[in-house]
Design a protein. Sequence first.
Length: 252
Amino acid sequence: MRRKIVAGNWKMNKNVIDAQQLMIQLLSYKNNHATNCEVWIAPPSLYLMMAKDIFEKDEIGVFSQDMSEHESGAYTGEISADMLESIDATGSLIGHSERRQYHGETDSHCNRKVKLALDKGLIPIYCNGETLEQRKAGQHLEVVKNQTEVALFTLSAEEIKKVVIAYEPVWAIGTGETATPEQAQEIHAHIRSIIAAKYGQEVADEVSILYGGSVKPDNAKEIFSQPDIDGGLIGGAALKLEDFSKIIEAFN
Ligand SMILES: O=C(CO)COP(=O)(O)O
């Protein structure tokens, strides 16, 4: 049975007071509601230890928004897999489109980061997705296939089963232009099929693939009902409990 997951990517939002408040609200919500999915958050890295203190019984998974491709050393501003393991973080987002767009991240970088995360027992959430230009040119299937192969296909079968993939079409992120359930399902099934071609269907059926890109309370249920969609990676709607909890309840 694949993990069903709703993960919130807070991006660069909230001061420490507002972050603490939302985490405490989330804890209270989780402790008082039965949820049919795992709930994870990726707050700014400054708040990771606070999150681990608040979610001391691991009620909610705690992820960084990025991590270094290096083990340690002179890489100012970066965070290593070893540091994340040392604070008992759950894992890290890897390859988010905003890291690719603003920091030149490639799938080769992602390949190294995913391996480092797995070697430290962290869950990598590997993000991929095509741009609007690529979709308009009909290149989206090839682009996502290539991204997935470069980033993940040096892994063993046992390793890739531990990876969570987040398909986030760049044209849907922060735009309110959500992919239709059918558009998302097409790519999710495509990703699963290329994993099956290399590792076998049994392995592919164990990989959780999340959708991200303008998931909101009013569209989450239909998106999550698709056979190859195992949950969502949520941006803007993760910043308020009222919206994030309604997306979690889309699995009820
Ligand atoms: O980038 C995203 C999650 O990582 C999606 O952001 P939005 O939900 O704000 O479109």
